[in-house]
Design a binder for this molecule. Sequence first.
Ligand SMILES: Nc1ncnc2c1ncn2[C@@H]1O[C@H](COP(=O)(O)OP(=O)(O)OP(=O)(O)O)[C@@H](O)[C@H]1O
Length: 647
Amino acid sequence: MAYQPPQARQQQQQQQQADPNANRLHLNFGFNNQPNFAAEQGRAFPTTPSTFPQPFPDARGQQDVWGTGQGTSGINSQGYFYNNPSFQQYQNSPSPGGSAAGYRSPGGFNEVTNGLAHQFQHQNLGGGNTPRSASPYQRQASPGNARPRTGGQTGQPQQYGSYLSAPMTSQPQQPSIYDDEPPTKNAERYSTTITERVKLQKMLTQEFFKENVERARARNERAKELEGIISSRELSDARKEQKKNNMRKSEANFLRFLRTSERPQNYNTLKIIGKGAFGEVRLVQRKHDGKIYALKSLIKAEMHKKDQLAHVRAERDILANADSQWLVKLHTSFQDSTFLYMLMEFLPGGDLMTMLIKYEIFSEDITRFYMAEITLAIEAVHKLGFIHRDIKPDNILLDRGGHIKLTDFGLSTGFSKEHSASYYQQLMSQTRPKSMAQNRQSVSIDQIQLTVSNRNQINTWRKSRRQLAYSTVGTPDYIAPEIFSGKGYDFGCDWWSLGTIMFECLIGWPPFCAEEPHDTYRKIIDWPRHLHFPPDQQLGDDAEHFIRSLICDSQNRVGRVHGATELKAHPFFRGVNWDSLRKIRAPFEPKLQSNVDTQYFPIDEIPQIDNSAALRAQTEASGNDDSTLSLPFIGYTYKRFDAFRGS
Ligand SMILES: Nc1ncnc2c1ncn2[C@@H]1O[C@H](COP(=O)(O)OP(=O)(O)OP(=O)(O)O)[C@@H](O)[C@H]1O
């Protein structure tokens, strides 16, 4: 049990008794005179899987730390702060920053962050992430650490402030998990496990803070937006009030959603609809409201082994931040000990690879439609500051109207350090043997046999194509040569991929396909010798010219100066109405029997066996669900606001 001066404890108990509401859940959705944060604090800290070391070991630990002295309140699966009296008081007290930071107070962001910083320090002091008996911090906890508990019980905001600003000099300084570095003083006294857990806890805490600030900022932006809409339109007072009410409801729904813990068990699997190198994609139905989604799961241990940490982070970041009609919408991402999950909108039309396997070639008109849409989708990715790097037919999905959306941003690169593979390698090298780090592109590439020496053999290639999509090797067919050469690449590499897809749509196979992926790499590097247009398949001049403008040296490639604008101006696209492309009828419209129709997915070719429970048990048995495995996935968990607007 954590050290607590008996006096402080007694004081807390008395206060607890004096305040009968102290243990009641109090929610505030940011639309009254409370800090916006108040409701959010009902959320678990941090939003991590159960295998992450938690700031408090169990329900009792939580109560001890907060000194509620009550039997059953305190931590629960939904949030640490639900029943916390000092927290309650904070919520009920005037904000230290003054007025509220809800949408009525667009300028409230600082108030919110102040409130958070304040709360943040309060909630963490005194909490360890290891069982108390094992932690030197708890064993040696100083009265200095006990101070916030006492202050917390008074419910006076000023006292929080004073404890934060008061120097803690009167007591011997103990190593703090909130110091910048793990304890170095007498470092030999701490086991590696403790040092690692300290590091993990520190990162969790930072992430929690960052996430809350971002969320508060987003909320204020939404509030401003609403203010703008209301003031720019001639609306009756009743209508204005209705809009505000709708917004309040959405924010309330979102806050409620933030407090629920997302788990795969919340969803029923209807079918496994896709497979990738590191996991699978399922069609799922949410149990509580029957809504349909695509749930992608990725095996954490595999992501570790194959150096995919930066990639998975990039994918999560892009989809989370994007709000584009050209990109698959990510509703939420979460994790457990074994998997990372991405809950996405379900696109029932299948993917372009499946269509190409079925139809083999498209007419020029149909090809033009898909090329135009893919151009706009790539432009959307570039505008977000990312290079996709892995544009291929498998990653081009069709919605219910037959229009495309891009997915699988696993290889995309942005400009943040979280997306650099070396950043994660460095992180991991401190905790795992270096030899585990491998590069996706360097994985052995002889698993799949491709045969294209004649037309019959093209069919063999087509059949193995899907298997190649499922393997960790991936298909190199659409990757630009500058990516392999290691001499640097830019946004143009996505335009190369567009050229190879266009070639496949019109000719029936990608330009550099070969018996072995190995040879495909070689052909791509030496592309001028291997780019052939079969004489028996006549293409229009504009089509061939466009392909040649895309499959060429990066210095000469169309789009190198003005991006997509240059492509749009190419004669091949003459007549395309770029602004209304998504509104016209697509050449191929899925005919769906229901909202869970999976006829456009290769269900028969994907074993419909649920291995996830077995895999989870395996992870637990192997002891791999430790903090080192969790470390790089901090910040993966995410929830999108709009998905719950009005739900
Ligand atoms: N949101 C979605 N809606 C419908 N189907 C989807 C969705 N996301 C993925 N799929 C299906 O699952 C397949 C695999 O998805 P995805 O490429 O994202 O997986 P991956 O594991 O990242 O694959 P890779 O090995 O290419 O990285 C897709 O080709 C598509 O058929």
